[in-house]
Design a protein around this ligand. Structure first.
Ligand code: ZN
Ligand code: ZN
Length: 381
């Protein structure tokens, strides 16, 4: 492993990050911890406050060449941790349940590799982006003026995946993780005395129709790939037994295979909602949030990581279907040649976003090794 920050150092960084989790958009301390770690590696430059609390460090080689970016995520989740180890989250109701603590440690480890042994040519950028979980971070980073000088030729990221063998490399050419978006439907009618609901305009029928019809839309023949609408929140009126409600809200998450199918799913959903509102005599406004484009993998990078994985003795699997979850790394792959690959967290490992999940430290070395080998190859191109 040469001069890289040793295994123990990465584990202790990972556990420290785990102990002090921060929610999307509030990653100030995490960002500072990472900055302190990177400073010791003497990069050419550290750029702070990219897209919020994001930061990047650059390690230049001796001559010009490809710029390779490796990305990790800074944020944790609003989930109360149910574990009893020493590095348990110190923040009630908040914890690293997606393994972003581990991804950060891996990317810090890659930085360590190239700090000890600078690339012959080319440049390494390590990027720690905020707000992955709400889909805001990568978009904000890519559109930050500070990102202009960091624009990569290639961008790589990994995500640990419970349910796969430990350190199994999971790849897919093309769409790796699907697109998703949050839909908010606000309905406005008129309140009335609960004894005379006919004198008001209640949104209750429209809401129940939306709950039924929106998910059905995704099950029809309009889409050639997996499509899904999940109702996630519903509300009508207030808790007032004397009042027939005058407003309602329906929220749903839409999932589609790629960005093209997502566009048609969005127009269909909006058309159905407007039709129902019209028929039920309600005013309607539709808004969208937490937009994740599909993460689309570059063929060349996909093959390269597959080969490196095999050469390094890891099990390499090519999944048939794209993952149904989404990743805001899609904002990076829609603009740059990029690859997101999975790394197995172990078959029986607690699932992502479950309260008993913890990043498996035995993935750290494999992650550092595969990403570093990939960088070494890309710098030579
Ligand atoms: Zn997550
Ligand atoms: Zn994640």
């Amino acid at each position: 492993m040469g001069n890289m920050p040793d295994h123990e150092l990465l584990i202790s960084l990972r556990k420290e990050l785990h102990k002090f989790p921060e929610l999307s958009g509030n990653e100030e301390m995490t960002s500072r911890r990472i900055t302190r770690f990177l400073e010791k590696l003497r990069p050419d430059e550290i750029i702070n406050n990219i897209g919020g609390n994001g930061l990047a460090a650059r390690f230049r080689g001796s001559s010009a060449g490809p710029r390779v970016m490796i990305r990790a995520e800074l944020d944790a989740l609003p989930i109360h941790e149910l574990n009893d180890f020493e590095h348990i989250s110190s923040v009630p109701g908040v914890s690293h349940k997606c393994g972003h603590d581990g991804h950060m440690a891996i990317v810090a480890g890659v930085a360590g590799q190239f700090a000890a042994e600078r690339p012959g040519r080319g440049e390494l950028i390590v990027l720690f982006q905020p707000s992955e979980e709400n889909g805001k971070g990568a978009y904000a980073v890519v559109n930050d003026p500070g990102f202009v000088s960091l624009r990569p030729d290639f961008v790589l990221a990994l995500h640990n995946l419970p349910g796969f063998e430990l350190n199994e490399i999971i790849l897919r050419d093309g769409v790796f993780a699907m697109a998703s978006v949050g839909m908010i439907i606000d309905l406005k009618g008129k309140t009335s005395h609960a004894a005379q609901p006919e004198k008001g305009i209640s949104p209750s029928i429209a809401v129940s129709r939306l709950i039924n019809e929106l998910p059905l839309m995704a099950k029809g023949d309009d889409f050639s790939h997996f499509t899904l609408v999940t109702i996630i929140h519903v509300r009508i009126g207030e808790i007032a037994f004397g009042t027939s409600p005058g407003n309602g809200v329906v929220m749903a998450t839409l999932r589609a295979y790629d960005n093209v199918e997502m566009e048609s799913l969005i127009s269909m959903a909006e058309a159905i909602a407007r039709k129902i509102a019209l028929e039920e005599n309600l005013e309607i406004s539709v808004s969208w949030t937490e937009k994740f484009p599909a993460t689309v993998n570059d063929k060349f990078l996909n093959n390269m990581i597959g080969r490196i994985g095999k050469e390094s003795g890891f099990k390499v699997s090519y999944i048939e279907d794209a993952f149904k979850w989404s990743e805001d790394f899609g904002w990076l792959t829609s603009e740059y040649r990029g690859l997101l690959f999975g790394i197995g967290a172990g078959k029986g490992h607690p699932e992502l976003h479950h309260p008993d999940y913890d990043f498996p430290d035995r993935v750290l070395d494999a992650g550092v090794s595969i990403l570093s080998s990939a960088c070494r190859e890309l710098f030579k191109l």
